[in-house]
Design a protein around this ligand. Structure first.
Ligand code: SF4
Length: 63
């Protein structure tokens, strides 16, 4: 499959930028990420994805 540069995570409604190349996907609620952190809020995380990645749940941002 060829890469569709218009339907990548960086252009998705569920993407929240973390830095120039990656962000968190907010399509679904946070998932349990282990108990290594002493702070309860760090136990649940949104997946970190590359801005150039993609998935079948892509949704275009509102115009
Ligand atoms: S993983 Fe899918 S739903 Fe999440 S930001 Fe990327 S394209 Fe959007």
């Amino acid at each position: 499959m060829s890469e569709n540069l218009e339907q990548v995570c960086g252009q998705c409604r569920y993407f929240q930028t973390v830095d120039a190349q990656s962000g968190n996907c907010h399509r679904y609620p946070p998932t349990y990420a282990g108990d290594a952190s002493p702070r309860e809020t760090h136990h649940w995380r949104y997946p970190l994805v590359s801005a150039r990645n993609w998935c079948g749940e892509f949704l275009a941002r509102a115009a």
